[in-house]
Design a protein around this ligand. Structure first.
Ligand code: FES
Length: 326
């Protein structure tokens, strides 16, 4: 069985990126390029109808899946080893060049360095905890220093952890729902370490700001091409991909998550903070981006869009799970 598996996998190298992936023999080359994390132009989303995914075969064997290449490649290009990445399967170990015209250059994104957040009222805040003695076999009462509002919800797991800790203890309170909920507890006074992310999930680019939630200071900003671009450059081709490709929706979500995680990791490492210290995430995008995040292929009209406008603030905990940098 092991020998069979080894035989069925092939190594593919992409130049000039010098990236290598191992894929099953017979894989469509465009899928291998995506797996390698290379951004290549695919206006039609991989249907062989745009001619933008040109590659040059340097070494190895491939097979055509259709004759669509004849519409898009000149006789000279064919003689020089050009193929359409979405229309060939890989039959052996191989090496390809992604020509300049097929690559997607990372755009320079202008981020205002003047941006200042005057007032900040984050969804999650940190408070010092005082534990009151238990009365008549009831749970011990939890008081949060300087917090006035409805009694927070506390899950059994958090409560069990809390009662075993020694003060000072810091609790992170999420105010996204009513009543607010204690979502995390930690030893010591950690009230000064509370960070948040603001994420703009754009069709072409993703921008992330890292913010100190205690004072509104922007600690860093970063942007990158949305890796979904390799599955289609336009919203329409991405919707089509999400519907027709196997696990298409999952792949699109993962591509955006990967881009966000890379940006978050670079921001936190430059700022010298731990990813776990991020307690709040607000993200926004157009309707299609939001639906892809939520992993639904239903793209209804305005009624649902209205609901999604609030998604950034109401789904923070879910988002935290999605972008949890592991
Ligand atoms: S021809 Fe359009 S992506 Fe390959």
């Amino acid at each position: 069985m092991e020998i069979q598996e080894m035989v069925d996998r092939v190594k593919v190298i992409f130049n000039p990126m010098d990236k290598m992936v191992e894929v099953e023999r017979g894989t469509i080359l465009l899928d291998a390029i995506r797996e390698a994390g290379i951004n290549i132009r695919t206006i039609c989303g991989g249907d062989g109808d745009c001619g933008t995914c040109k590659v040059i075969l340097n070494k190895g064997e491939v097979s055509h899946m259709s004759t669509k290449y004849k519409e898009w490649l000149s006789p000279q290009e064919i003689s020089e080893g050009y193929y359409l990445a979405c229309q060939i399967r890989i039959l052996s170990d191989g090496e390809f060049t992604i020509p300049v015209e097929s690559r997607i250059a990372s755009p320079k994104i202008l981020l205002s360095s003047e941006m200042i957040i005057d007032k900040i009222d984050p969804e999650s805040k940190k408070y010092l905890v005082s534990l009151m003695p238990a009365q008549g076999g009831e749970r011990r009462q939890i008081r949060l220093e300087n917090f006035s509002g409805p009694s927070p919800k506390v899950s059994d797991d958090i409560y069990d952890k809390l009662v075993q800790m020694k003060e000072p203890i810091t609790a992170t309170l999420s105010r996204g729902n009513t009543p607010p909920e204690i979502i995390h507890v930690e030893s010591g006074d950690r009230t000064g370490s509370n960070y948040g992310l603001a994420i703009d999930v754009g069709t072409t680019t993703i921008v992330v700001l890292l913010i100190d939630l205690t004072n509104g200071k922007i600690l860093g900003k970063a942007s990158a091409l949305n890796s979904q671009i390799t599955y289609g450059e336009t919203l329409v081709t991405r919707i089509a991909f999400s519907r027709k490709a196997e696990n298409g929706l999952q792949k699109l979500k993962q591509a955006a998550v990967q881009t966000i995680n890379d940006l978050v990791n670079s921001l936190t490492s430059s700022a010298g903070i731990k990813n776990e210290e991020i307690t709040s995430v607000s993200a926004g995008g157009n309707t299609v981006m939001n639906h892809l995040w939520m992993q639904t292929t239903r793209f209804p009209g305005a009624q649902s869009s209205k609901k999604l406008r609030n998604w950034g603030s109401t789904q923070t905990r879910r988002l935290m799970f999605i972008v949890s940098p592991t």
